[in-house]
Design a protein around this ligand. Structure first.
Ligand code: SN0
Length: 314
């Protein structure tokens, strides 16, 4: 592994998953790997789980870690190549990333999409610049189009709780009050459509089709109730439209996941990356039910990050 930006960087996912389950069993057993190493974390956007689980993962591994909230804590960064910096930006990303590489052995970066400029977002303009200027391995802490540490944590969660050889996993769109990125669903598709013991189904209202680059091989069922039938795992998530880029096309409350929806599943377990808008995306009764794995799933963020750090630092 050179960087960790998408499912492709996981390489042999079965081996990486097995490593994660080993690390979870013995979280402090790999401190020789992190000794005298420093993990740098840069956030261009808010974070709760990613920030804290990344610090915890570094500490478990015996490494040190620092966090920079770009924009808030540092100089205002210029992104454009060749810019004449006589305006409000104070430091070029080129210099900032090269300098930060001096202070760490691996660099985690969170960038979000603009949801306005599809071309810039889907070409991962900001992440590509960071890769160009970093001299240490880079981990995506959520980019413009993907959130691989979340999907890896979801995979760990499903793998360690599944009670059947093959499982049906459903990704369902859910309503929200804002336009959200497609990162989490794109990434979930990127990972789960490749897992050979998963039957993967996506359901959403028409117009919410994701980039086919990520949904290849998955079944798309527009009837949410049909999709949920017999599911072993249900992941609910809102996203804005990919085709009508960044737009909210529906707020239909009938898509909010309730116990009535879950009754169509095969005693299905519920997962969500969090944060969740309670009683908008998903009802309290689903989130707080014994079949809800949301807290375990958030806990597994430590182990997805620790496994990736272990791979990059070993
Ligand atoms: C982010 C998203 O990509 O959907 C982060 C998920 C890990 N979620 C939000 O931005 C939710 C913000 C809100 O207003 O509820």
């Amino acid at each position: 592994m050179k960087n960790f930006l998408s499912f492709a960087d996981a390489g042999d996912y079965q081996a990486l998953l097995a490593q994660a389950l080993e690390i979870k069993k013995n979280p402090f057993g790999y401190q020789h790997v992190g000794k005298n190493k420093t993990v740098g974390l840069i956030f261009f956007n808010p974070s709760l789980r990613t920030r804290l689980s990344s610090l915890k993962a570094a500490y478990n591994l015996g490494a040190q870690a620092w966090v920079l909230n770009a924009g808030a804590d540092s100089w205002t960064l210029e992104m454009a190549d060749g810019a004449v910096m006589n305006g409000t930006t104070q430091e070029h990303i080129k210099d900032a990333i090269a300098v930060m590489s001096q202070y760490c052995d691996v660099l985690g970066v969170r960038t979000f999409p603009t949801l306005k400029d599809k071309e810039a977002d889907y070409s991962e303009e900001v992440m590509r610049k960071i890769l160009q200027y970093a001299t240490v391995p880079v981990i995506s802490l959520e980019s413009a189009t993907l959130h691989p540490l979340q999907s890896f944590a979801d995979l760990i969660t499903v793998a360690e709780t599944k009670q059947k050889e093959r499982v049906k996993v459903v990704l369902t769109w859910a309503p929200h009050v804002r336009a959200l990125p497609q990162c989490v669903p794109n990434s979930f598709c990127d990972w789960f459509s490749e897992i050979d013991w998963v039957d993967f189904v996506i359901t959403h209202p028409e117009g919410y089709e994701l980039d086919p680059k990520f949904t290849k091989g998955a079944t798309i069922e527009y009837d949410q109730r049909k999709a949920l039938a017999g599911a072993d795992y249900v992941q609910a998530k809102n996203w804005s439209s990919y085709h009508d880029y960044g737009q909210v096309l529906s707020t239909d409350p009938s898509w909010m996941l309730t116990p009535e929806h879950m009754s169509l599943t095969d005693n299905g377990k519920f997962i969500h990356c969090l944060p969740v808008r309670r009683n908008v995306e998903v009802s309290d009764a689903v989130l707080d039910s014994p079949n809800s794995l949301i807290i375990r799933e958030a806990g597994n963020r430590t182990f997805s990050m620790q496994t990736v750090l272990h791979e990059l630092l070993k």
